[in-house]
Design a binder for this molecule. Structure first.
Ligand code: URA
Length: 422
């Protein structure tokens, strides 16, 4: 077998055989297939697609490239959630302790932000002392102590995906449904969760800009999970405007704590509860009441235990940015559009995200929204506050926000959950 014949098969529109897939994934993981060869293959897959059998084999080969975790010793059913990434998407923070408070164990392996979408680990690292890197034994200890753990995937889990994802990120080959589905599902299946709820984002701030693509991605991932014995459900959810009223690391932690305290923005609460209900049902706990666990403080109690068990201080003051800049509303009327992608790019340029994997992020940087679409704003009053430690970034952020705001246009309230795939 050789890389060139595998690339040619896909370049010419053919289906890769199981042997070709197993060989290329294994050889790439070992370094026997070069990055430039894998990029050519990824581009051929992006352009020519893969059929269901190819995607299933590709995913299985990525799982087989590393270790599989096993949570079967836990006394509780396991449930996990994965979001395809969005702007202001802090849902994992309140959701994991909430579902733990309702009786499931939540082993949540999360990622860092790249580009305009934020990452759960970057957000939690704004809590002084909190550690994202845990050994498998530490992960089990935190799960035992708090019922939920949020941490980075170890190097041993789907190493083929780790390499391939970094390569796709710099070769314009992220937005391929077979590659996204196999990337996400190989990690989730290798992680060993019994059930999985996928939050597939649709809209300007998401990888999938339209509903048909999002539905196809959801169906592909649900099929992969089910074929590997993981009870998998997907919700298609709106990402045309940011979730909640903040985009940025410490800003989002603060908002998540408000949700756990029984307050917080209505859209964040609604989506957290919708995903919690799906996770609890998939875990075999359909009678649990997540709204009660938010109201009675038990979700907050699990959050505090989880943060403490990972070295963080849940009472510590969160970092704030050194500089602020207020963006006023351009007119009086109903805010009819506030574009998620533009806000995500602005937060990223202010320092909340990174341009390269190895860059640091600013804990306090980001965008605060003083109004959401559907609310009335007054000309000249604050609409957004930009936060950063590096004030030279204000200009870049303002450029990104050019054209992102519309007042007085047509506004149709859209539900946050658009569809369900199982
Ligand atoms: N998240 C992943 O883990 N992989 C992708 O390909 C896209 C988003």
């Amino acid at each position: 077998m050789d890389a060139i014949s595998v690339i040619r098969t896909k370049r010419d529109g053919g289906a890769l055989s199981p042997e070709q897939i197993d060989w290329v994934i294994d050889a790439y993981t070992r370094g026997a297939v070069a990055d430039e060869q894998m990029s050519a293959l990824a581009m051929a897959i992006l352009l020519n697609g893969m059929d269901r059998a190819e995607i299933a084999r590709w995913t299985a080969a990525m799982i087989a490239s590393g270790e599989r975790m096993d949570f079967s010793s836990l006394p509780r059913p396991t449930a996990d959630k994965h979001s395809t990434g969005g702007v202001g998407d802090k849902i994992t923070l309140p959701l994991a302790p909430l579902v733990a408070a309702c009786g499931a164990a939540v082993p949540q392996l999360s990622g860092r932000g790249l580009g305009h979408t934020g990452g759960t680990l970057d957000k939690l690292e704004s809590i002084p002392g909190w550690r994202a890197l845990l050994s498998n034994a530490e992960m089990l200890d935190v799960l035992g102590e708090a019922g939920a753990v949020i941490c980075a995937a170890g190097d041993g889990l789907a190493p083929a995906d780790k390499k391939l994802y970094a390569l796709r990120d710099v070769t314009g080959t992220v937005e391929a449904i077979p590659l996204i589905a196999s990337s996400i599902m190989s990690k989730k299946i290798a992680e060993g969760t019994g059930s999985l709820v996928l939050d597939v984002k649709v809209g300007s701030g998401a990888f999938m800009k339209n509903r048909d693509d999002a539905a196809e991605l959801a169906r592909t991932m649900v099929g992969l999970g089910t074929d590997h014995g993981v009870r998998t459900v997907a919700l298609l959810t709106d990402m045309s405007t940011p979730l909640g009223r903040t985009a940025g690391n410490a800003l989002e932690v603060r908002e998540s704590v408000e949700v756990l305290a029984g307050g917080g923005p209505a859209d964040v609460v609604e989506l957290t509860l919708a995903l919690a209900r799906e996770m609890l049902t998939a875990a075999g706990l359909p009678d649990a009441d997540p709204a009660k666990a938010l109201a009675d403080g038990s979700a907050m109690d699990h959050w505090r235990r989880m943060i403490t068990a990972q070295g963080g201080d849940p009472d510590a003051e969160l970092p704030t940015a050194r500089e602020r800049h207020v963006v006023p509303a351009p007119a009086t009327g109903v805010l009819s559009r506030l574009d998620a992608y533009a806000v995500g790019v602005a937060a990223w340029r202010l320092g909340a995200g990174r341009a390269r994997k190895e860059d640091p992020v600013q804990a306090g940087a980001g965008v605060e929204l003083h109004a959401k679409p559907g609310e009335t704003v007054r000309e000249g009053e604050p609409l957004l506050t930009l936060h950063t430690d590096t004030p030279e970034a204000f200009d870049y952020a303002l450029t990104a926000l050019d054209g992102a705001v519309e007042v007085g246009g047509a506004f149709t309230p859209a539900p946050i959950v658009l569809d369900r795939v199982d």
